[in-house]
Design a binder for this molecule. Structure first.
Ligand SMILES: [Zn+2]
Ligand SMILES: [Zn+2]
Length: 372
């Protein structure tokens, strides 16, 4: 069964509103209740731009788990697959919420089981436990002494129902539904093994964070598989790592005026065959792009002009400046929405199909923006 068919089976009342699946609208059934749900995204290639609106009853339940949901979004390949996971997660959370809402203590035999499991794991690994003992945070250190945390929500039917886990990992963390004797201990053991698997990936990400000027994410999480690296004023490079093949060629997207990035793009295509999987990723990138990334040792963040030339901010409703003036002496960046509003306000503004023509607010040279 494909993910789309699966989605139709689990959420028959949630209907895609267009062919590209940019919007889903309808209802989601959780146990015996029906909740309104609408999911919309702004661009096709990223699930990050998603906005999720739902009935306030469902919102109340989901709100405390915002991060876990975001994490899930980052890990899913498409919207259908996110929605299937979302439905599973929501069911578990509604269950947790009912238990917590009733302030129901866990059955006694569960406490004694948890105690013996924690004893076996080691009390020094326990970071946090709530009063009811149904939320447990455990920590683990990897070879490079990086700390990783797993949060485990214990349900009433434990150990027959497996707990809900939230982790900060670049790929989905699967635990099997078992009627196992010590699920928490098994989950923790699996977590430690999984952490080992990502060492090379985190080494690469740490190296980038340490040596380059990373513009995004603002506060990288262990789960984040991309970085936007500053190339100089008004120009940056978004690299998306392949977690399974970290030293291979990452996906690259340049951002900035054509006058600045055309060279980088050309070099990348021309020299791609020189990529050497044995070498460090930064060294490879610099060799292929024929550039040195601005380093944290020699440059300050203020040295790069990355802000929008109209609203003077970098992030506007979580969107970064993506439009640029292509005049080689100007190259100023703008938020697409800011530039759109600006150009529409000009008496000289023209529109042809979905493109608006006008002048750059900085250098008065012709500039265009696409209407979304
Ligand atoms: Zn702006
Ligand atoms: Zn300009």
């Amino acid at each position: 069964m494909s993910r789309k068919e699966e989605l139709y089976a689990v959420c028959p009342l949630l209907v895609p509103q267009d062919r590209n699946e940019m919007t889903y609208d309808g209802f989601i059934n959780i146990y015996d209740k029906t909740y309104r749900l609408c999911i919309a995204r702004k661009n096709t290639d990223s699930l990050k731009s998603i906005s999720l609106s739902c009935s306030w009853r469902l919102w109340n339940i989901l709100h405390p788990y915002k991060d876990a949901i975001k994490h899930k979004l980052n890990q899913c390949e498409n919207l259908a697959s996110f929605l299937v996971d979302f439905k599973n997660l929501t069911e578990k959370l509604v269950k947790c919420n009912q238990d917590e809402h009733m302030k129901k203590s866990l059955p006694l035999h569960v406490y004694s089981l948890l105690m013996s499991e924690l004893e076996a794991i080691g009390w020094d690994k326990l970071m946090f436990v709530n009063e009811l003992f149904n939320v447990i945070k455990l920590k683990a250190r990897d070879i490079k002494n990086r700390e990783h945390v797993i949060t485990i929500h214990i349900l009433q039917e434990y150990p027959n129902t497996s707990p809900v886990c939230s982790v900060d990992l670049p790929q989905p963390f699967h635990i099997k539904d078992t009627s196992n004797e010590s699920p928490v201990k098994d989950i923790y053991t699996t977590f430690c093994k999984v952490i080992d698997k990502y060492q090379e990936f985190w080494n690469v990400m740490d190296e980038i964070d340490e040596k380059c000027w990373v513009l995004e994410p603002e506060n990288p999480k262990r789960a984040d598989t991309f970085r936007r690296i500053a190339l100089g004023s008004n120009a940056s490079l978004l690299v998306k790592m392949n977690v399974c093949h970290v030293k291979g060629i990452p996906e690259c997207h340049f951002l900035g005026p054509d006058s600045l990035i055309a060279n980088f793009r050309q070099n990348l295509y021309k020299n791609l065959q020189d990529w050497n999987d044995e070498k460090d990723i930064l060294e490879n990138m610099e060799n292929v792009l024929l550039t040195k990334f601005p380093s944290r040792q020699t440059m300050k963040k203020e040295d790069f002009n990355m802000e929008c030339g109209i609203c003077y901010s970098y992030r506007l409703n979580d969107v970064i400046p993506e439009s640029a003036c292509n005049d080689s002496r100007c190259g100023q960046l703008f938020h697409t929405s800011c530039l759109y509003e600006w150009l529409r306000g000009l008496s000289s503004c023209r529109q042809s199909f979905n493109i608006i023509f006008g002048e750059c607010p900085y250098c008065n040279k012709p500039i265009t923006v696409k209407v979304k």
